[in-house]
Design a protein around this ligand. Sequence first.
Ligand code: PLP
Length: 352
Amino acid sequence: MSLTQLARTKVQELTPYQSARRIGGQGHIWLNANEAADSGQFSLNCERLNRYPECQPPQVIERYAAYAGVNPERVLVSRGGDEGIELLIRTFCEPGSDRILITSPTYGMYAISAETNGVQVVDVPLTQARQPDFDGIIARLDEVKIVFLCSPNNPTGDLVDKAGLVRLLKAAQDKALVVVDEAYIEFCPAHSQVDLLNDYNNLVIIRTLSKAFGLAGIRCGFTLASPEVIGLLLKVIAPYPVAEPVAQIAAQALSEEGLLLMRQRVEEINRLKTELTEQLQKHAQVKEVFAPNGNYLLVRFTPGSEIFARMSRAGIILRDFATRPGLADCIRITIGSRAEMDAVLDVLHKEQ
Ligand SMILES: *Cc1c(COP(=O)(O)O)cnc(C)c1O
């Protein structure tokens, strides 16, 4: 008998998540994982590394709460936003019987986390206007424990409509959690749904330091929710999810100076994004540039495969979404440094 047969049947059936990092590729310009082009400088105090860290480092919680404009009781810090997503599933969904709802095309980790935990996935695809199909979702609320929305949506960039979200929150009261994943909200902060937390105890917001804060490497994310939901997640979370060096760096990133640097990075990325959008819209092989609300642009080329291969030959690694329903010929380009954006435009313009 092979050890594979010892593993849970569900696990035997899984294929590992095809993250940007795992797919990889040959190249020197990495624009496939929505990472920032720089991280900034941080200092470490190594005097207390002999001690286990705090489960929820107070300074990190307090600073994130102040930054997000919520009470610290509403904040949970975890190993990236991804751990927040998984904790929600493990806390609220009974393996084998409960389900989550996703709105494809969207971020892959909701379905991956569900499947690795034996939880089924109901898909209510986005509408033609790329909004959640709120009527379609409301019709299926009795079947699901958690609804995952993403705003700005990865990869399409669209924002969730507030009136629709409020309608869903009301319909889902006492039935299901509604998660709004705001991993990219720093690039369009006026569109956060955080103000709804006070009125709806079934609303959960996911945040991260991986994107606008430029800290994907430290694995630090946040879940914002009612104190009741946070209390439940704290029953399930590991005792030491946030390593001491991570807590120190996160606290510095959330200091006044850190926030200033983050906002400057966002301004630069948004400027480069606008410039790239203008250039792309003039290009003969560009059919559509999707909503520019994150640190990336989803672009429909004619044909996508040819552009992807051309970029790849030039050492530029992008993320191909062509196989996803509705996203034929679509490629996602992370907004990197000015030099990296110039390299992209060079390839586009040279070999037309
Ligand atoms: C990047 C991302 C996250 C979380 O990433 P972490 O690195 O785990 O914090 C969550 N949701 C979306 C949509 C993302 O793109």
